[in-house]
Design a protein around this ligand. Structure first.
Ligand SMILES: *Cc1c(COP(=O)(O)O)cnc(C)c1O
Length: 395
């Protein structure tokens, strides 16, 4: 069945005697056992909870995996995957990654004896050259955040396989509605469900999904053993958000396409990064491996100062980190979401300082475009006014 159907058609309350049509919130820490040596399906909510279980089965189905694990945040999901490695192992990762992932990789994993090697994953030869006998995990995003670069997922899976490593794809930008990395050869797909999956900017959650049952067992040990699983209420909220993923994403990405085309045609915008644009270097590749461009549009303003002034003048776009919500937002990745890129990596992995990232929401696209137009025009007008008043002061 089409994913739009699967998003809303799932067993919301298995085994529930009252047959509710939405999933009950099992707000309980423990489940009573029949006897000390007889265990039911659930015993303790850290290990398993019926509300979270419905969510996890739903997510596994949407990504074509065998098992999904829901965590308290996207970073908790990524952490669980990378904690499967041993001291001495290496991760081969792309150069453009979410800032929090870079902080985890650059400042926390070294303490566990895990080294992360960064190489450009859009250049497969350069990326493959980053493999060493210690490489155990290959880690990419596509499209990347915030530069919207497209990585060939099937080729990255081959590089990982040849190295005897696994591939983890962070699919946050696209969500399972637009792209399914497991079908392209990935071993793990993770999402920050805080973004499109929940879609309303009111839940923090993460998910890791696997196909291989042995990997699922290992990941379950990690999930239960370190205890970062998602709470029942948040599991319910995420389930609720997922039901509207298709309509939200359809509308948001159609508007994003219009916004990207507007920006492309604007004299004050030197570069636009959006995989839905025909001249985007990854346009054809993205169209082969995904079902739509998504709704994040990045662009460069004329200067870092112009980028700052734009953010200050814009009205409809809230200045927030994060993306994927029903309301549009704007951010300057260099000082916001990616400020956490470790200093040693800044030269190769930090976004340009004039980069602006837009998350397109459900507002009418013409309102968003009008707002961007006024915010982009304003500094020029002001400069002109400034000059006029300066010359007026000259007798
Ligand atoms: C936000 C984000 C994360 C981290 O997720 P949290 O839910 O904030 O912990 C990871 N990857 C990408 C691409 C993100 O945008």
């Amino acid at each position: 069945m089409h994913i739009s159907t699967r998003l809303v058609q799932f067993d919301a309350a298995p085994h529930d005697p009252w047959h509710p049509t939405s999933t009950p919130i099992y707000q309980t820490a423990t489940f009573e056992q029949d006897s000390p040596d007889q265990f039911g399906a659930f015993d303790y909510s850290r290990s398993g909870n019926p509300t979270r279980d419905v969510l996890e089965k739903h997510l596994a189905d949407l990504e074509g995996g065998t098992r999904a694990f829901a965590f308290a945040s996207g970073l908790a999901a990524i952490t669980a995957v990378v904690r499967l490695l041993e001291p001495g192992d290496e991760i081969l990762a792309d150069t453009d990654l979410y800032g929090g992932t870079q902080r985890l990789f650059g400042r926390i994993l070294p303490r566990a004896g895990i080294r992360v090697v960064h190489a450009d994953a859009t250049d497969l030869t350069a990326f493959a050259a980053g493999v060493s006998p210690r490489t155990k995990l290959v880690y990419i995003e596509s499209p990347t955040n915030p530069l919207q670069r497209i990585v060939d997922i099937a080729s990255a899976a081959q590089i990982a396989k040849r190295a005897g490593a696994t591939l983890c794809v962070d699919g946050t930008m696209t969500s399972p509605y637009l792209q399914n990395p497991l079908a392209l050869g990935a071993d793990f797909v993770i999402h920050s469900a805080t973004k499109y999956l929940s879609g309303h900017g009111d839940v923090m959650a993460g998910v890791a999904i696997v196909k291989d049952t042995a990997l699922a067992e290992k990941l379950f040990l990690q999930y239960n053993g370190e205890g970062a699983a998602l709470a029942p209420l948040d599991s319910f909220l995420l389930l609720r958000g997922i039901k509207t993923l298709a309509v939200r994403m359809d509308r948001q990405q159609a508007s994003a396409q219009k916004v990207a085309e507007f920006l492309l045609s604007h004299a004050a915008v030197p570069r636009v990064y959006f995989p839905g644009l025909k001249d985007h270097p990854g346009h054809a590749l993205h169209a082969r491996q995904a079902r739509g461009p998504g709704a994040v549009v990045s662009f460069e303003a004329a200067s870092p100062e112009a980028a700052r002034s734009l953010v200050q003048r814009i009205k409809l776009f809230a200045t927030t980190v994060s993306f994927g919500s029903v309301a549009s937002s704007i951010s300057l990745p260099a000082t916001m979401s990616h400020a956490s890129v470790p200093a040693a990596l800044r030269a190769t992995t930090a976004p340009p300082r004039a980069l602006v990232r837009l998350s397109i929401g459900l507002e009418a696209p013409e309102d968003l475009i009008a707002d961007l137009a006024q915010a982009l025009e304003a500094p020029l007008d002001e400069a002109r006014d400034g000059r006029r008043s300066a010359s007026a002061a000259v007798p």
